[in-house]
Design a binder for this molecule. Sequence first.
Ligand SMILES: Cc1cc2nc3c(=O)[nH]c(=O)nc-3n(C[C@H](O)[C@H](O)[C@H](O)COP(=O)(O)O)c2cc1C
Length: 180
Amino acid sequence: MSESLLFSPIALRGITSRNRIWAAPMAQYSAPESGVPTDWHLAHLGGMARGGAGLVMTEATAVEPVGRLGNADTGIWNDEQVDAWRRITRFISDMGATSAIQLAHSGRKGSIRHRGTPLPAEEGGWQVVAPSAIATKVSPNHTHSPATRSQRSLPPTPTPRAVRSTQDSKWSRSTPRTAT
Ligand SMILES: Cc1cc2nc3c(=O)[nH]c(=O)nc-3n(C[C@H](O)[C@H](O)[C@H](O)COP(=O)(O)O)c2cc1C
């Protein structure tokens, strides 16, 4: 009997995945404020590699602090995070799987709680940034449309600070979010 396509290797550019079972990115809402991946992420991603997946993708991982959706997202903007990721990707590789990362920037949809409500400054919320100073019309988790948002008296989505250049987007220059 011929081998099923699902379980046959696939080569893409310089990478060969041992099969076509790829784990989709799944936010864990489990990182500390630092954005450094922990044993949780090792168990979550490593377990799928050990289970036989061909490729294991990280959750949406922010490229700068203001690019996180919430304050329990993983990040990859400093060396401490890179070292922690390296431990995880080494394990994935040791299990014979390919590791991949979903690089993410939340833009105007950031600074929210798990359920999509804005994260207040006193709980670590921040000034969101975007190409234009236009607030998002949809809730990041899509469960609160503008209509249900007003019905439930949810706070409006924040207006982002417009970023005009890559230098301007430097996270160290971002200002704390002020209550509106
Ligand atoms: C718990 C959970 C977390 C998720 N987090 C992310 C994420 O970080 N990034 C993303 O692009 N999709 C995320 N998704 C969406 C999944 O990656 C996937 O696209 C979705 O579950 C549909 O997959 P399916 O078409 O194979 O059913 C998440 C899904 C779940 C269930």
